[in-house]
Design a protein. Structure first.
Length: 158
């Protein structure tokens, strides 16, 4: 059984690259584009955190309209004249699951989360899930992903 923990996470400033279309290889391309930009800006180091945010539910949204945001956390205000959009992830309570970043592990995690939420009468919503990618060193090739489900103060999915 999967270990799900609740974490309180502060609001986080982000820069992002959006991919619109079917989820899949385009998501990885958006993340690579973001990483290249982040390296050029000197952002892909230290405490940098990458997020992948599927904005739409592919079961209810046509594939060509699905949106995926590849994001990086920012520790300061964005510099002027930068070529990528900026935003903020909302702070609050999140359900956190630690897993290996493989398609199989992510699929199993979402199946389990969906089952648990259904049993608890909590609705999963588009945009309410993130993948967080942290590394001790950005030259390392091994990393883990965390799956988040945004919860309101009553511990119900928003």
């Amino acid at each position: 059984m999967m270990n799900i923990q609740l974490e309180s996470i502060p609001a986080t400033r982000i820069a992002y690259v959006r991919q619109t279309g079917p989820y899949g290889p385009g998501n990885a391309q958006a993340m690579e584009q973001l990483k290249q930009w982040a390296r050029e800006q000197g952002l892909l180091q230290g405490s940098a955190v990458l997020f992948g945010i599927p904005q739409d539910n592919p079961a209810t949204t046509r594939p060509e309209l699905c949106r995926y945001d590849a994001c990086i956390s920012l520790t300061e205000n964005p510099p002027a004249g930068v070529s990528v959009p900026y935003g903020e992830l909302p702070g609050g309570a999140y359900a956190v699951v630690t897993l290996q970043h493989t398609a199989e592990a992510v699929g199993q995690a979402w199946a389990e989360i969906s089952r648990r939420c259904h049993a608890a009468a909590i609705s999963l919503i588009p945009g309410g899930r993130l993948w967080r990618d942290t590394r001790k060193t950005w030259s390392a090739g091994i990393f883990v992903s965390f799956v988040f489900l945004y919860l309101n103060k009553d511990r119900k999915a928003l």
